[in-house]
Design a protein around this ligand. Structure first.
Ligand code: XMP
Length: 508
């Protein structure tokens, strides 16, 4: 594996994904975490950072000790830190270099930049710059605005490289090639980390971990829990007991269709209809956080009641993925809670179960690839994210069964139309929101006084920031018509044109 030491850069996860895309396994560690460089570590990559190496409290690591054991590549801050530790000079440059630049190669036969065009476009994002290389270091490339864009030092036991640009971002035209050169030709990694090899190794590991015990798991109908359950099921078959709860705020027909899919995949899943309990718990609740708490708490109760029927279970399966567990280097202090996201966290301590988390080291796109390799239908794999509290946070104000039915119909029309118009996979998430607002309309000769629905569709990479999707007018016209003509109780449809930030994706 490759270790990526994180100094707090916004691009660290992109480095990891670029390494994984080259079919090499890697892990991200905070720079200040102790770790061993054993024979499984084939190389180390040092990330960028919002710090300057000249700051008094700048994060540091012992690079000379690393290169006694393995090759090292410093990226941006990582390169500057390398230069500085070996006696080079890093200075504040007059202007920040941000955006595209062209690489001018200085040495033809270097392995890192092998087969990279002279003049290749790279992406820069830095304000400090290396003004003088340490003794014994060789210059590999410059750009029009900086003297050192890439360097190497081959005098240590293992090679040491530095690049000022961000090879991991899309705008570095040959960045993937450079990363691959490092992984394969410098670190000697084999490119054998594929969805198929992951499945094979994971199923073996699950068999060892679980032995002849039983596993219980809450499924949500989402990608992560479905893929995790399928892996566990491949390892232990019917000894996986999945539980899928109808909390009354799922999408239209979702309970039935998701259970049907589970059955087709061959998962042992029990569906629990707890709709009425949830409606009772939600009655008269209008505050978004109160709704989330009520749903989260009742969910745990329902799950525990079902779990009690399977006393042989020793493990709890979960669809945790890598971005949930990466230890981040906090450079901005603790962040405030904007919305509490209740998933199934908090279950294990109470229930004395050990965790089984087969996706703990996968990024979302890798989960999807593994899912497809496992033969899970692509409809299921490419589903939009859907919040745990479901339609409850898309019905503003209090929740009743009637409102849920209204929203389910409008939402169903919206989502089906997105698929029909080939737009579903172009947006990251889409939702219909039922507003607690009635307005006057006219149908035929009759006056109506009914609810308003807002349509929300966004493009995003990770849900942290999002732009409203610029859906075609004729599509919006179609959806509006279908909803107003087809759903009795809704006489007005509006489209949400707010980005996140400052708005959020959900309305509550
Ligand atoms: P916001 O509204 O915060 O949403 O921009 C970002 C992403 O998180 C989802 N979301 C939730 N997911 N429980 C969940 O499991 C929640 O309480 C919750 N609130 C928001 C939202 O759907 C979007 O994908």
């Amino acid at each position: 594996k490759i270790l990526i030491l994180d100094f707090g850069s916004q691009y660290t996860q992109l480095i990891a994904r670029a390494v994984r895309e080259a079919n090499v396994y890697c892990e991200i560690l905070p720079f200040n975490k102790l770790f061993a460089i054993d024979e499984t570590v084939k190389g180390i990559i040092l990330s960028g950072s919002p710090f300057s190496v000249n700051d008094g409290d700048a994060p540091v690591v012992n690079i000379p000790s690393f290169v006694q054991k393995t090759p090292v590549l410093g990226v941006c801050y990582g390169a500057q830190l390398t230069a500085k530790e070996y006696g080079g000079k890093v200075e504040k440059s007059n202007k920040r270099e941000y955006g595209r630049a062209k690489l001018h190669k200085q040495i033809e036969d270097d392995v890192l930049l092998a087969d990279v065009e002279d003049d290749s476009q790279v992406w820069m994002s830095h304000s400090d710059t290396i003004t003088q290389l340490p003794e014994g270091f060789e210059l590999l490339a410059t750009t029009a605005s900086i003297p050192v864009a890439a360097f190497r030092n081959t005098n240590e036991k293992y090679p040491l490289y530095g690049i000022q640009f961000h090879a991991e971002v899309y705008h570095s035209a040959e960045g993937k090639k450079i990363i691959k050169n490092f992984l394969v030709n410098i670190c000697g990694c084999k490119q054998n980390w594929t969805p198929a090899s992951f499945i094979h190794e994971t199923v073996d590991a699950l068999k060892k971990q679980i032995g002849d015990a039983h596993v219980i798991m809450a499924l949500s109908g989402g990608v992560d829990s479905t893929v995790a359950a399928t892996l566990i099921s491949k390892a232990i078959g019917e000894r996986l007991h999945g539980i899928f709860v109808d909390n009354g705020v799922l999408r239209k027909d979702e309970f039935e269709s998701v259970l049907e899919t589970y059955k087709n995949i061959g998962l042992n899943v029990t569906g629990i209809d707890a709709k009425q309990n949830f409606y009772d718990a939600l009655k008269d609740k209008t505050d978004p956080e109160a709704k989330r708490k009520a749903i989260g708490k009742l969910f745990i109760d329902v799950f525990q009641e079902e779990a009690a029927k399977i006393p042989e279970a020793k493990f709890l399966g979960q669809g945790t993925i890598y971005p949930d567990v990466i230890e981040s280097v906090s450079v901005h202090g603790p962040s405030v809670t904007i919305k509490s996201h209740h998933n199934v966290g908090g279950l294990p301590e109470k229930m004395h179960l050990s965790l089984v988390e087969p996706l703990r080291f996968l990024f979302k796109d890798e989960v999807r690839k593994v899912g497809l390799e496992l033969g899970i239908p692509s409809d299921m794999i490419n589903r939009h994210p859907f919040p745990g509290p479901g339609l409850a946070i898309r019905i503003l104000s209090d929740i009743t069964e009637e409102k849920v039915k209204l929203l389910q119909q409008a939402d169903d029309i919206f989502i089906k139309s997105l698929k029909e118009y080939n737009l579903y996979n172009k947006v990251w998430q889409a939702a219909a929101i039922l507003l607690p607002v009635k307005s006057v309309g006219v149908m035929g000769d009759e006056r109506t006084y009914e609810y308003t629905v807002a349509l929300r569709a966004v493009t995003s990479v990770d849900g942290m920031t999002a732009d409203w999707a610029h859906l075609p007018y004729d599509f919006l016209a179609h959806v509006s018509n279908e909803i107003i003509n087809g759903v009795r109780g809704i006489n007005r449809v509006v489209y949400d044109i707010s980005s996140k930030p400052p708005a959020t994706i959900e309305w509550e």
